[in-house]
Design a protein around this ligand. Sequence first.
Ligand code: SAH
Length: 399
Amino acid sequence: MTDKPAALVAKLAREHGLSPDEYAALIDARTPALADELAGRAREVCEAVYGDGVFARGLIEFTNVCQNDCYYCGIRRSNCACERYRLTRKQILACADAGWRAGFRTFVLQGGEDSAATDEWLAGVVGALKAAHPGCAVTLSVGERSRESYERLRAAGADRYLLRHETATSAHYERLHPAGMTLGARLACLDALRAAGFAVGAGFMVGSPFQTTRMLAADLAFIQEFRPEMCGIGPFVPHHDTPFAAEVPGTVELTCYLLSLVRLAHPTVLLPATTALEALDPCGREKGILSGANVVMPNLTPPEHQGDYALYDGKPRSSADAARKWADLAAQLEPLGRRLVVDRGDPVAASVSVVSPAAAAAVSSAQVAVVPAAALAPVSSAAAPPSCPAIPSTKASLS
Ligand code: SAH
């Protein structure tokens, strides 16, 4: 490691922020040793804020009908080979019931931008979930909608909303999406979601076509400034029936490096070890956790529909029931020194040492003391768990 990256790592850990140029320098300077150093610091910061718990979200992919035509996505409107489905409210509630019994306390309803998922219908589903499982958290991930729609869904009891910004560079956004979809519209939705009172999740793909280091640096700067409560970061993985079928996938290595940078830039962020990591590497989930992630999102969608919610090739599927998934996850996390917890896993608002005035204003009353990252000794690589100790290196077979 040269002095410059070491100084930047120290600055990031101390101030929780860098300039885009500094982020770009750290991305370009990455080495296995630097990645280990960042991952160790990211784990320390994560555990100082959230302890050794890992939060589970039960993912219910309730519709793959989508009016959008994003070039990277397997459920895009133009993909005629995609068999479309919609779950009924009853089916969704059955997924959640099984999940609740297993230990899940957050349910994520994700879908394409499906006009059948009206405000009224979604509000009814949210209300029914809350009535069936008082105390559960409901996260929605159903794309761009109007301010009124977001307000209505929030009033119905939805707690959180995931809407990745995908890339914070406008010209890049336009190369990933057809005309009519703009970064400006997406960011306006994120603002509207926050104004409606949601805990908001942004995020981006790593290694998407045309992406450069500068663009990733802009993504990190955006996360640092906007300070979303959640941030989904996953590698781009091509889908064979999309215009990006022949594009090169992103890497687990760079995605994990960025997870560590995001954790250090924004210590209180809820950071999932995303499914796309697992699609590229059977140890992807563990590697994400070891890089600073503290959320996992197992799929509670009925097995007969999981194959149709194919955002990208190789997306893991499992016919195991919710209880089995919970037990497997707990066992997977244990060697990493982490516990799967029966908890909603709400975001904590933090008083970090450096926040922008806008971010400071957004901090709610529920402040918690965060150990300044600078006070924490970096974890030496000797103390870090070896990567994926008990996991076979061959790709696990999908059932
Ligand atoms: N309609 C919802 C859900 C979209 S799918 C919405 O608009 O938010 C959820 C996420 O999957 C997307 O935000 C995108 O970042 C990711 N995704 C889609 N296709 C992908 C691909 N080929 N590789 C990796 N991630 C992909």
